[in-house]
Design a protein. Sequence first.
Length: 511
Amino acid sequence: MTHKGIVVIDFGSQYTQLIARRIREMKVYSEIISPSVADKFNYSTVSGIILSGGPNSVYDKESPTISNRIFSLDIPILGICYGMQLIAIKNSGVVSHSQEREYGRSNLTILSRDVIFKAVKNKSIVWMSHSDKVKEIPKGYVKIAMSENSETAAMKHSQKQIYGFQFHPEVHHTQFGYTMLHNFVIFICRAKQDWTSKNFIERTVEEIKEQANGKIVISGISGGVDSTVASVLVKRAVGKHLKGFLIDTGLLRYNEGRETVECLKRTINMDVEYVDSAKLFLRRLKNVEDPEEKRRIIGKTFIEVFADKAKSFKNAEFLVQGTIYPDRIESQSQKGPSHVIKTHHNVGGLPKNMKFKLIEPLKELFKDEVRRIGIDLEIPSELILRHPFPGPGLGIRILGAVTEESVIMLQKADKIYLDVLKERHEYGNIWQAFAVLLPVKTVGVMGDQRTYDNVIALRAVTSVDGMTADWYGFSKETLQEISKRIINEVKGVNRVVYDISTKPPSTIEWE
Ligand code: XMP
């Protein structure tokens, strides 16, 4: 660690990255390390240590652990859930398997005021996720809070600055969670608050330079925020050694492929080769109606084109990927027992026979952090603030079989829709807005003539992470303008409808 900050020792919790993210929100540097390196780690510039939660039981033979070294360093420590149980058993306390599991919300009562509870009410809601609990606190420790099912919901060493929380302060649902973490990091650890996205950029550029070591790096840019920001970071590090290309599947938004290439050239002087593969994708999708089959074909074709293009760079050793932290959670859960609702091809990875080493500079960040870095990298806001776009693109927004005509029709309608939202300054309030072409025809009347034409459905949702979503409440005037313009300007459309379904039970995309 080259910076005064907080070390998070990761015992496998799904929330470890959230802890690091909260610390970054305080402008404090944080680094996540594995328990296997914790014993040998150089703590000389470390202001505080957080022991994360984890899925194991501290008594299991296979459970990750650490030696007692950190307790003698005189650095403040906060153990969360498994982390607190580890502090307990490492100092001769007792942890027991509890019959009363505690999942979700719980009421915390503070038993003893302490700096860590500064500005926290005596009673508040916390979020729990555990079945084991500390039965006997170690000698020299005191209980400082309890909950309904945990006699020791928080403990502290009476002389040293060592704390344990059974609950998770890092999650959004813990009422004063951020305040407690802030109290620990700022008032107890006295960590320096000088970590900014500019520092992140500098440090990451240095790391990439070292990793790439003068070798050729290739990058497939999609036009989305993540791949663009990742590539621009790599460009800063390796300059001309970065070879970027954009594969146009023909299923992108109206003219988006070419525009992205031109925009990167114009604004940050980045050369990205445009690879037009629209015909191939359309040919493969001919007469295919099933959404999952379409996804599979698009995903497979994309990988083929990508591999082919990559081969043309003879000396390339590295590949940039714009993976961000939530992608890793989603792709992990796809391997687990959870039900596959839709297969997201772009998190599935590339074929094993592609022997590139990966450069993934954003893999620990969340979307809003990536956007902030993009702004600091001076990437144009039209790229940074773009709504998320699914890998299979318009292929899953044209319900049923995809044809050249249907792509053109949808691209035009979608462009009008998004243009109106931008003109009316509503685009930025919406998580995702797009048009869908329905596989039905309806009767209309235009200039006394009967028409029998297509229906466009408009979708606009608000969301934080795409996992849950609500439909956006447009004014009548906005909907009127969008509908009028689409019906007047897009040949083949005589009806526009607005989707008022939440997720769940509906999904954001229609396929
Ligand atoms: P759903 O429709 O599952 O969408 O509610 C949630 C978010 O995921 C995007 N999405 C996809 N992204 N490949 C992707 O890369 C896909 O196959 C895919 N399907 C949905 C969707 O646009 C929304 O942001």
